[in-house]
Design a protein around this ligand. Structure first.
Ligand SMILES: O=C(O)C(=O)C[C@@H](O)CO
Ligand SMILES: [Mg+2]
Length: 390
């Protein structure tokens, strides 16, 4: 079997979006004076879809959400020529070819995200060519079904957050991730508001359900050191991305500071990036995203590294490319789960592009043993809401 063609298209959402609401998610731009709404650079309103066709007519689907137009350019100009004419079963060789050919300017960020999209499509081909789901090629079914946590609860009016938490508690979720709205720039009032929001959600879900706290790189070391002791009484399962991804020393200091585990990794890349995080005990939960970190080829290696370090892997974002990694290893106890809703930040855009995503039931997800490859197809229902750039 040989790769015949690589097609990368950018799906640009032009449908309805929920307008940004104030401080609904702390983020790295909060620490700067930013004339526009600070979360604007972290909205995912476009997505690049990669379709790789083989000489015997199998089409593999990959995807990338980070800087999708740039990722497409990297795929078209640099990565596609490296894989066309090659055997997709030589996936390690092809991954190394893409990684080393772009090493001078790649390694992390959008280049590794572009490599991930090509790698996902290759693994989709592999599964389809042997009529097996990808997780069966990685280690098989390690769980009867995948526990997942409800992830949204952006900072809005406290009563609205409580109603949202109650709605999904009633749907059987036993784990919830909420977002802080405030950071160092919002002074002591922001500290009080942050603590109020955690108290409000705990009031609804109680203490026999898990609560995870998301900072999305919006704090700094000094502020996180002030906040962590104040948060201990709420017994969070983890505090996520308190500082920017490059501040590994900051992560490591915070991870030893209190009994609250620090999580991160959705903005880290490659096996080497996670070796650094684990060697320095910077995180207690690893959260790579398989469409960023280097695809399935890289994520599978990182799963083994995490197993050796006894650090759990709970990939960022849910989505099918991550579910296969979680299903295939005991090192990954659960998945993140975004429900489908109106397009807001954009993590939910995946549902408008692809069919095949499992819907959570009572806080669990199921994968089909008999659905080959990643188990996704392109959805046609919302095509009118996208401009598609070839
Ligand atoms: O789901 C996460 O962990 C994210 O970081 C998503 C991002 O949009 C902030 O909520
Ligand atoms: Mg996150």
């Amino acid at each position: 079997m040989k790769i015949k063609s690589v097609r990368a298209r950018v799906f640009q959402w032009k449908g309805k979006t929920v307008p940004p609401q104030g401080n609904f998610c702390s983020n790295a731009m909060d620490l700067l004076y930013a004339p526009q709404e600070t979360m604007s650079t972290f909205r995912f309103h476009s997505w690049t879809v990669v379709e790789i066709e083989t000489d015997d007519g199998i089409v593999g689907l990959g995807n990338v959400a980070l800087a999708p137009a740039i990722a497409k350019a990297i795929i078209d100009q640099y990565l596609a020529p490296l894989v066309v004419g090659q055997d997709p079963w030589d996936y390690e060789y092809l991954w190394q070819r893409m990684y080393r050919a772009t090493h001078a300017w790649g390694r992390k960020g959008v280049t590794m995200a572009a490599i991930s999209a090509v790698d996902l499509a290759i693994w989709d081909i592999l599964g389809k060519s042997v009529n097996k789901p990808v997780f069966k090629l990685l280690g098989g079914r390690t769980k009867e079904k995948i526990p997942c946590y409800y992830s949204k609860l952006y900072r809005t009016d406290l009563k609205e957050m409580q109603a949202e938490a109650q709605k999904f508690l009633d749907q059987g979720f036993t784990a919830f991730k909420m977002r802080f709205g405030y950071g160092p720039a919002h002074l002591q009032k922001g500290v009080v508001e942050n603590l109020k929001s955690v108290e409000a959600v705990r009031e609804v879900i109680g203490y026999d359900n898990d609560l995870m706290l998301e900072c999305y790189m919006g704090w700094n070391l000094e502020y996180a050191k002030r906040m962590l002791p104040k948060l201990e009484k709420f017994q969070p399962r983890w505090l996520e991305e308190p500082v920017i991804a490059d501040d590994i020393d900051g992560y490591a200091e915070l991870n030893q500071l209190t009994g609250i585990p620090i999580s991160g990794g959705e903005h880290e890349f490659s096996l080497y990036g996670f070796k650094q995080l684990l060697d320095r005990k910077a995180v207690s939960v690893v959260q790579y995203d398989t469409n960023r970190v280097g695809g399935i080829t890289a994520a599978h290696k990182i799963n083994a590294l995490c197993e050796a370090h006894s650090v759990p892997v709970i990939p960022h974002a849910g989505q099918m490319h991550n579910y296969h990694l979680t299903m295939s290893t005991l090192a990954s106890p659960m998945s993140e789960y975004f429900p489908m809703h109106d397009v807001e930040v954009g993590n939910e855009l995946f549902y408008y592009i692809f069919d095949g995503e499992p819907v959570a039931e009572n806080g669990f997800l199921q994968l089909d043993d008999h659905k080959p490859g990643l188990g996704l197809t392109l959805k046609t229902e919302y095509l009118k809401d996208f401009d598609i750039v070839e």
